[in-house]
Design a protein around this ligand. Structure first.
Ligand code: SF4
Length: 439
């Protein structure tokens, strides 16, 4: 840990205590981690970061509230895959939480190593997505209690479904799986809408509550307005200083899935637009980030975090379905509305849809380059990487494909990654400078 800051050393010690006690005292580890999570939640409310825009701080607060709230009330939680619509659960007063969010918390506490070892000790292969290895380790070690149910969908990957099936059996709770056809058609939407109706019935059983269709329609209407607001932020990002960080971008992306359908999420999207419209001009390099980010790697983060030289201007996971064309269904048909979002997600179907989404984001925001992060164990992204790179380069954007791990420190060659990232940024900066001077 040579060169680590005092803050990092403190978190390292905190995570080490969790790891040391994991195999013998899972209840202690749960309480220990919750203590830190609650303290962090209090901190982001009491002492917001002065260098972020108000929407950045509110996105951070919303993320902490929703994930810490779900972990503290796990008996009222549903563990979902990231693209599974949550309006049904919000209408039931349940707390959705995803593998990415839970694993990011463990990673933020520098406790991921113990959970990964626990999962691998139970036969989960080393090549499996690290988000899911951490979730499996937290569950099987007894640190995570038992949620009411699990809900996953085939978008974006198989890892989701293997994990959810296994955990459904392990916890002995219902698991609902929504299979999303690749074809973008009304028939696909109607098919998925029926599956979501089934999910609603399963959720009523699991939570022993009646789903109020009026509340569900309200939640969907709120999602519809939020998605419209979010889409409207795209042109406002062009040439503006967004004062964000890799962490904030990841958290806002998770907010816009976990809390979609809640008024606080709608307010976040509205505040983003207000903030960006009033933001100062930006002369640095604008990047579209594709997929998740290794936000805890400081040497990478410092190249783009609240920086005047480079920033992340948009990410494909945040905009995966808002860029997908004219909708067929609105919130007055809630199941069809949610189903259409899934069917039209750029993470559903062939990789060209994802490449088209990234290209659209780059055009709308006037981005200078694209970074595609290939997270360890994510076959979807690894398989799509070269196709996305070719399409984007063909359309004129420099692309960096960066391999690493978004939540397992031990699996990242930080030095090599930051050298490649910084050389890429330098090249894009020079190119931008040359374009500015017309050479
Ligand atoms: S990172 Fe890839 S493998 Fe892991 S959950 Fe996301 S899509 Fe699936």
């Amino acid at each position: 840990m040579a060169g680590a800051s005092a803050g990092e050393r403190l978190i390292g010690w905190y995570g080490g205590v969790a790891e040391k006690n994991l195999s013998t005292r899972p209840d202690f580890v749960r309480n220990w981690l919750m203590l830190g999570f609650q303290a962090m939640r209090g901190k982001v409310h009491l002492a917001p970061y002065g260098d972020l825009l108000p929407s950045g701080n509110h996105g951070y607060q919303l993320f902490m509230d929703s994930v810490v709230g779900a972990l503290a009330d796990f008996d009222n939680a549903v563990v979902t895959s990231i693209f599974t619509p949550n309006e049904i659960f919000h209408a039931l007063g349940a707390r959705p939480v995803t593998a990415e969010a839970v694993a990011s918390f463990a990673s933020g506490a520098q406790a991921e190593g113990g959970f990964i070892a626990a999962a691998e000790g139970r036969g989960v292969p080393e090549t499996y997505c690290s988000y899911h290895r951490i979730l499996m380790g937290m569950a099987t070690s007894g640190v995570l209690g038992k949620p009411r149910m699990l809900a996953s969908c085939s978008v974006a990957c198989d890892a989701n479904n293997l994990t959810f099936k296994t955990l459904g059996r392990f916890w002995d709770v219902p698991h609902v799986y929504v299979d999303v056809p690749y074809d973008v058609s009304r028939d696909s939407v109607l098919y998925v809408a029926d599956e979501l109706r089934e999910m609603g019935r399963a959720a009523e059983g699991a939570f022993s509550r009646k789903l109020d269709e009026g509340r569900l329609r309200e939640a969907c209407a709120c999602s519809e307005r939020t998605m419209r607001e979010l889409a409207a932020t795209l042109p406002t990002r062009r040439g503006r200083y967004l004062a964000n960080t890799m962490t904030i971008d990841m958290m806002e992306m998770l907010d816009l899935h976990l809390s979609l359908g809640l008024p606080e999420c709608e307010e976040l999207a509205r505040e983003m637009r207000r903030d960006f419209l009033a933001a100062s001009p930006y002369e640095g390099v604008n990047l579209v980030w594709a997929h998740v980010s290794p936000y805890f790697l400081e040497s990478l983060g410092e190249l783009v975090n609240t920086s005047q030289t480079s920033q992340i201007v948009a990410s494909d996971m945040m905009f995966e379905s808002v860029t997908a064309g004219e909708a067929w269904f609105d919130a007055s048909s809630p199941y069809e509305f949610m189903a259409e979002r899934l069917v039209r997600s750029c993470f559903n179907g062939p990789a060209t849809r994802r490449a088209d989404c990234i290209e659209h984001l780059a055009r709308e925001t006037g981005a200078d380059a694209v970074v595609l992060f290939c997270h360890w164990g994510c076959k979807q992204t690894a398989g799509a990487a070269q196709l996305i790179r070719r399409q984007l380069e063909g359309a004129g954007w420099p692309v960096l494909v960066l391999d690493g791990d978004a939540c397992d420190r031990a699996n990242c060659m930080e030095g090599q990654m930051s050298t490649r990232f910084s050389a890429f940024l330098e090249m894009v900066e020079k190119r931008k400078e040359a374009e500015r001077h017309g050479s």
